[in-house]
Design a protein around this ligand. Structure first.
Ligand code: ATP
Ligand code: MG
Length: 574
């Protein structure tokens, strides 16, 4: 996606965007807050791959910047060395770019600021607003109090500035083992907000960091590093999810009490919005990582995963994901979006853009006994009736064909409009055929049909207009290209797999049929040249994309979605 197309797409919504974050931004710009500038950031922690929930945050942060003539930074929030890795840093950049957003030269890391953050901490100590505390983690918890009871002051709270500075410097010098001491803000142990009860700002952790190596034996906490990273980058609107609402007073306290460069011009403020939840989906990186580690899926980009890389591999377009994020809106209350709505977004996109082709997933051989052996007719087939510019192609018609097994029934129920003994169907773009004989193997399974065709029933023929009830897709046996097709269902059986009851976790809710691999598929010869990532509608079967596993010898397709729009159906019912 070209950048200017995207900014055009987003700018054109300028006057229609009504989410509450936009309302705040509009007001701030009008009042000339932060010099009238809008500067956002997307701050992933590089401890896993991004998921569709992050896409919502990316669209909101980059989108708000674009819409308001502002800019958006990409910032890796890498303050927790034990779980982070460059693999994740790389995948995050790939995903944000693929979604169509550009951070230009503004890629930052919280670890870029470790020295500055350390200096700010000394500043707080000197101001008497931070102290080194020797309580153990358990003691700190015990002293913190509860929602109904105030906490108790740490016995180390009144240490002198000199002693605090000396101890903090020795923490930095690596003199103490992990967990022996922490640096805490001196705020209020009786605050009704637990986050304000002298929160920890720094912890000792002798761990190697993927960027700073062994330079630092102490690491800043998120609640301290995040507001200051925002401040250092001149972020005006720090948009995050609702669970951080209780941390906002601490965010403001840090901004208020640290003198950072540029403080006269920019005061970052935090705004919270509801995170995205999807039915049949788990969305935390911890849980997604578990699925990968336990080999429930084949990797972070398994097409069943709600990761951006999984959706990309499955065949989702960036346009459809942006449209989804736009449509679900931005709210202040948590809710769960139906997975069928995400599916309906990709369907609407591909309905207009994906070429329609014929593929037989479970083939049944058909021999047209009155069709000349060795003859090939090239039938004209439109590529996409929804797209007038898509043109047409030729598909070969021959004596031996494949149709879908489910399109034939020997003893059909009443309303079965496909092929049955003695019955007729039209082959799409081809002739009407009639079933004359059913051939079975020793096990009694139908393996072949002998049919006749009506030579006058193709386009332009004398009986071309003759009506038969069913139309089936088909592929010439002689020209067919073999393919593997992977069909997906949800990874979980219940709508809310996050819900844990009676000791059962999301891992007890796995759908054993989330993947079905069909290896005997036959696709029309125009697909021989299909490239990885190309998307098609297989008539009557859904939308498919060529998988990464495809080779010149073997085509492999993922089903993105079926054609059945359960979302639209649900909407009609309501
Ligand atoms: P997870 O809980 O999945 O591990 P996280 O919040 O720890 O996610 P971060 O890397 O810290 O992951 O997230 C980066 C940004 O994306 C944050 O601003 C976070 O609020 C936002 N975000 C994460 N999950 C969602 C979601 N489900 N919906 C919307 N935004 C999200
Ligand atoms: Mg996080």
């Amino acid at each position: 996606m070209q950048e200017d197309t995207l900014s055009h797409e987003i700018m054109s919504e300028e006057n229609t965007a009504t989410n509450f974050i936009q309302a705040i931004i509009t007001e701030d710009v009008k009042e000339g807050k932060n010099g009238g500038k809008v500067h956002t950031r997307f701050p992933p922690e590089p401890n896993g791959y991004l998921h569709i929930g992050h896409a919502k945050s990316i669209c909101l942060n980059f989108g708000s910047a674009l819409r308001n003539h502002g800019i958006c930074n990409l910032r890796f929030d890498d303050t927790n060395p034990s779980k982070e890795d460059v693999e994740y840093v790389d995948s995050i950049q790939e995903d944000v770019r693929w979604l169509g957003f550009d951070w230009e030269d503004r890629k930052f890391y919280a670890s870029d600021y470790f020295e500055k953050l350390y200096q700010f901490a000394e500043q707080l100590i000197v101001k008497g607003k931070a102290f080194v505390c020797d309580l153990s983690p358990e003691e700190i918890r015990a002293y913190r109090g509860t929602l109904t009871e105030p906490g108790k002051n740490s016995p180390y709270r009144e240490r002198s500035v000199e002693e605090n500075l000396d101890l903090f410097r020795r923490m930095r010098a690596g003199e103490f083992p992990d967990g022996l001491r922490v640096l805490r803000a001196k705020i209020d142990m009786a605050s009704p907000n637990l986050n304000m009860r002298d929160p920890v700002l720094y912890r000792i952790q002798h761990a190697s960091h993927h960027r700073t190596g062994n330079q630092w034996p102490i690491y800043p906490m998120y609640d301290y590093a995040h507001p200051l990273s925002d401040a250092l980058e001149g972020i005006t609107h720090s948009i995050c999810t609702l669970e951080f609402a209780d941390h906002r007073p601490l965010y403001d306290w840090v901004i208020e009490n640290v003198d950072y460069p540029g403080k006269e011009t920019v005061r970052p403020r935090q705004y919270e919005f509801a995170r995205l939840n999807l039915t049949y989906t788990v969305m935390s990186k911890r849980k997604l990582r578990l699925l990968v580690e336990e080999r429930v899926v084949h990797g972070w980009d398994d097409p069943r995963m709600p990761t951006i890389s999984g959706l990309r591999r499955r065949g989702y377009t960036p346009e459809s994901i942006r449209e989804f994020c736009e449509q679900i809106g931005v709210a202040k209350r948590d809710s769960t979006v139906a997975l069928s709505f995400l599916e309906s977004c990709i369907r609407s996109d591909l309905n207009l853009h994906a070429p329609r082709v014929m593929a037989v997933l479970r083939p049944l051989k058909v021999i047209l006994t009155n069709y000349p052996a060795g003859q090939t007719e090239w039938m004209e087939a439109e590529n996409n009736p929804e797209d007038p510019d898509s043109g047409s192609r030729k598909i070969p018609f021959t004596r031996e064909l494949y149709i879908e097994q489910e399109d034939f029934m020997e003893e059909p129920p009443k309303k079965f409009f496909r092929l049955k003994p003695g019955g007729e169907i039209r082959l799409k773009h081809g002739y009407i055929i009639q079933c004359q004989e059913v051939i079975k193997n020793e096990a009694g399974e139908v393996v072949e049909l002998h049919c006749t065709y009506d030579p006058e029933s193709k386009t332009g023929g004398a009986t071309a207009g003759r009506k038969v009830k069913g139309t089936s897709h088909w592929v010439s046996a002689e020209y067919a290209v073999p393919a593997e097709v992977r069909l997906y269902d949800t990874l979980f059986l219940s709508e809310n797999p996050e819900e844990e009851n009676e000791g059962k976790t999301f891992l007890d809710d796995l759908n054993p049929h989330s993947l079905e691999v069909l290896t005997e598929c036959k696709v029309e010869p125009s697909l021989k040249e299909a490239q990885k990532g190309d998307r098609f509608q297989f008539l009557r079967q859904g939308y498919f994309a060529v998988d990464l596993d495809a080779t010149p010898e073997k085509l492999v397709f993922n089903r993105i979605v079926s054609l059945k729009d359960t979302w639209a159906k649900q909407q009609k019912k309501n």
